[in-house]
Every structure is written in structure tokens, then in C-alpha cells.
Design a protein around this ligand. Structure first.
Ligand code: ADP
Ligand code: TRP
Length: 326
């Protein structure tokens, strides 16, 4: 039996920045290379609706995310890409999760508390509050074994596990207990201001940025005031911390040596980073441009059929066990 690895990526922005790719998409590409794995990747646009309620934006974000999944994957056939909004079972079973979850369990969720703190209390929707219950069903519907997520999502996966165990205990074996795979080996990727690269901080470099935009962003990366003749610590340098994502082990050793030795200017290292980003993004952008909206919609129709086949069985099983249908 193949191991089923499943994750969703939010569509809260028009496209992906470098961190979204290196932190979330690339690990899935790596996992898809192993023939023992089966990788399910989806656009979490029902989740994004908790914050993005402009229909043009949500539609565009979803379409772009799907095209980017296809554009970055050298073998899209090893990925099963779908849109849960085309699978009614997500919403159908979320009602069950909500009824089986005590209020206090959701009240202590860090992700909710963080978001509410950033906004005014009364701006948070009930959907945002119950977001983990939808996420739990995204996972349990498909019998996922592993769920790769960044550490801020760990609590949501733990809640999913508790819920699955509780259900199995009360109603009999129904759900596979998933395990979170926390991507701790991927360090925080800094944005151009040195803080964590984030959509909300305007410090990102998008995968679809033009050469001109990338050049501007790279020039803006904050550095210290060390001179050419000063030895430098690469690990403390924002330029290096982005650059290292693109380097082979040999290139990495060689540039680290240049930092520690004499004679490296930030201008030189920024030029190097610019070249590396361009070399990386151009083929992705070319593939992205070649994918038509129709192609994406067709893929979604086909894949929704398979997703519905899996998910509907689960709904039937659950609805029968809990006494909804006879
Ligand atoms: P953003 O911070 O850009 O709004 P999201 O909220 O969509 O991104 O974050 C997606 C996931 O990636 C979250 O789990 C978040 O903690 C993680 N993440 C986002 N940016 C970074 C970063 N620069 N380095 C490490 N993890 C990040
Ligand atoms: N909540 C996740 C995030 O913000 C996205 C997500 C939605 C997800 N459903 C999921 C991740 C199911 C893994 C499994 O990053």
C-alpha cells in the first residue's frame, strides 16, 4: 500500500512567493519522487474564503495556484491536484466535526488567536473560528497518512488526530489517524527586509515577478554596513539566506568561503542572487504562461471525479454510522 501524503495550500494571494515554493511546494515535489508515496495537493480556497471574499480575487488566486502547481512540477502526473470546493463531502462532513468538537477546543487554537489579535475581535467570522474543523475533514476524508505542514499548523493536525480517534472509539474503525510532518529542517526564509517572508509584509519575491521587479527587490535587500575587506558571517546575511535556497552543495561551500575570506561585496552577492532567481523563475514562468485556463478546468473536472469517489464513500460510511441515513 502506498503512503498517502496530503497537504493544502491557501489561496490568500494572487501567486506564490519564494517561501511558499521552498517551504511548502518543493517538499511535496520531493515526496512525489518516491514511488511508495501518493501525493495529494489541493488549493485550500474554502479556507481562504475566511479572509478573501472578493470573488475575482479568489477565482484568480485559485487558478494561479493550480497553474503554478503544474508549472513547478516536472512530472505533474505524480501529483494528484484537486479543488475541494468541487467535492461536497468536505462541507458535508465538516458539520459532523463541528458537532463532535467542544467550543473550548477551538477557542485555544493559536492560529485563530493570532489572527484575531491582528484584527478587531468582531471582524473574525465564525468560519475562521471553525477553520480547523474543515481542515480536519480535508485530511480524514482521504485516509491521509502524512500531512506535511509548517509548525503553526501542527495544532490543527493534532486536533484532527484526536477527532479521528474519538470517532473511531465511539463509532468503530472509520478514519486513518494522520501524522503531521513538520518541516523543521526548512529554516525561516527572510524577506527583503530580513523578517520572515510573508504576503502580508510586502517583503516577498513572487515566482511570477518580472526581471525588472526581481532586480528592484534584490537591490532592496537589507544588509549591514560591512566593507569589501571585512570578513562576513553568511548566516547573518539576508542575501545569503535567500541565495542558499538556489545553490548546489559545491556552490554553497564556495560562497560561504568567500564571505568568511576577504573581498566579497554585497553588490557582487546580490548580482549572484539575481542571476540565480532569474535562472530559476524563467522556466517556471514560461510553463505557467503556456497553461491555459481550459487545461486547468479540464484537469479539475477529471480529478474531482476521483476525489468524489473516495470522499463520497467516507460520507456514506459516516452518515450510516452516526444514524443520519438508514
Ligand atoms: P504568509 O505568511 O505569506 O501570509 P501563509 O500564511 O499562507 O503565508 O503561510 C503558509 C505557511 O507557511 C504557514 O504555515 C506559515 O507559518 C509558513 N510560512 C510563511 N512564511 C514563511 C517563511 N518565510 N519562513 C518559514 N515559514 C513560513
Ligand atoms: N491550514 C493550512 C495552512 O494555512 C492549509 C490547509 C487547509 C491544509 N487544509 C489542509 C494543510 C489540510 C494540510 C492539510 O497552511
Amino acid at each position: 500500500m502506498k503512503k498517502r501524503i496530503l497537504t493544502g495550500i491557501q489561496t490568500t494571494a494572487e501567486q506564490f512567493h519564494l517561501w511558499n515554493y521552498f517551504g511548502a511546494v518543493r517538499p511535496m515535489l520531493e515526496l512525489a519522487k518516491d514511488p511508495n508515496n501518493e501525493v495529494f495537493l489541493f488549493t485550500a480556497n474554502m479556507h481562504s474564503f475566511t479572509v478573501v471574499q472578493d470573488w475575482d480575487a479568489l477565482r484568480k488566486n485559485t487558478l494561479n495556484a493550480l497553474k503554478l502547481f503544474l508549472a513547478v512540477s516536472p512530472t505533474p502526473e505524480t501529483f494528484f491536484i484537486y479543488n475541494p470546493a468541487m467535492v461536497p463531502a468536505h462541507a458535508q462532513l465538516t458539520w459532523v466535526t463541528l458537532c463532535l468538537t467542544n467550543m473550548w477546543v477551538l477557542e485555544r487554537m493559536h492560529a485563530f488567536k493570532d489572527k484575531v489579535q491582528k484584527w478587531k475581535q468582531n471582524e473574525a467570522s465564525v468560519g475562521l473560528f471553525t477553520y480547523p474543523s474543515l481542515m480536519a475533514m480535508d485530511i480524514l476524508l482521504y485516509d491521509a497518512n502524512n500531512v506535511p505542514v509548517w509548525k503553526d499548523q501542527k495544532q490543527h493536525v493534532e486536533y484532527t488526530r484526536d477527532l479521528a480517534m474519538k470517532f473511531n472509539r465511539i463509532y468503530g474503525e472509520t478514519f486513518v489517524i494522520p501524522e503531521a510532518v513538520i518541516q523543521k529542517d526548512v529554516a525561516i526564509v527572510p524577506g527583503i527586509d530580513g523578517q520572515k517572508m510573508s504576503k502580508s509584509k510586502n517583503n516577498y519575491i513572487w515566482l511570477l515577478d518580472t526581471e525588472k521587479q526581481i532586480l528592484k527587490r534584490v537591490k532592496q535587500i537589507a544588509t549591514d554596513a560591512k566593507r569589501i575587506e571585512d570578513p562576513k558571517n553568511p548566516d547573518e546575511c539576508n542575501v545569503y539566506n535567500i541565495l542558499k535556497l538556489f545553490l548546489s552543495p559545491e556552490e554553497n561551500i564556495s560562497i560561504r568561503k568567500r564571505y568568511i575570506d576577504w573581498g566579497l561585496s554585497y553588490k557582487e552577492v546580490k548580482d549572484y542572487l539575481y542571476e540565480k532567481i532569474i535562472e530559476f523563475v524563467i522556466p517556471i514562468q514560461q510553463k505557467f504562461d503556456a497553461i491555459s485556463d481550459e487545461e486547468v478546468k479540464k484537469m479539475l473536472q477529471i480529478n474531482a471525479k476521483k476525489a468524489n469517489e473516495i470522499a463520497t464513500k467516507k460520507v456514506d460510511e459516516v452518515y450510516k454510522k452516526i444514524g443520519f441515513i438508514l
